[in-house]
Design a protein around this ligand. Structure first.
Ligand SMILES: [Zn+2]
Length: 151
């Protein structure tokens, strides 16, 4: 018999799986899931077959939009999202890095004009070796870890 404890059923909502360990809490705060009144179940440092721990988030009555899925890729490039209706998985997909992040991140460069001008921030994704984001305005590139602590 297979143990299914880690993905125990929810009735309606989303299960974000295959989050790298330690990123689950960041994702919760980035998506302001800490402010929802929906039921959230979080698994941190769950063991996997590969031996590399993962985090898992289940949110009732909440569906992750394509935009949010793209943003999730910043923290969890291999995450999968399961959408559940009536206890059944009706949609399952892997997050994908977008070509650019627009209006969701603030530039780590405090001298960047995006902090003073009424513009939407824009970062181009460069995913060659190590994921880097290049600011449209100051043209500086940043490792994604620079973006982790943003509200
Ligand atoms: Zn900038």
């Amino acid at each position: 018999m297979q143990r299914k404890l880690q993905v125990e059923a929810i009735q309606h909502g989303s299960v974000i799986d295959h989050i790298p360990a330690k990123q689950g809490v960041k994702i919760l705060s980035f998506f302001k899931l800490t402010q929802t009144s929906e039921k959230i179940t979080i698994g941190l440092n769950l063991p996997t077959k590969s031996g590399i721990a993962k985090d898992l988030i289940k949110v009732e009555n909440t569906f992750i939009s394509d935009d949010q899925a793209n943003q999730l890729a910043l923290f969890a490039p291999n995450a999968t999202i399961n959408q559940i209706k009536d206890f059944k998985v009706v949609n399952k997909f892997q997050v994908q890095l977008p070509g650019a992040f627009i209006g969701v991140l603030s530039c780590p460069n405090s001298n960047c004009i995006s902090h003073n001008e009424p513009v939407k921030t824009k970062f181009y994704v460069n995913n060659n070796l190590d994921l880097k984001l290049k600011c449209h305005y100051c043209e500086k590139s940043f490792n994604r870890t620079f973006f982790h602590e943003l509200d």
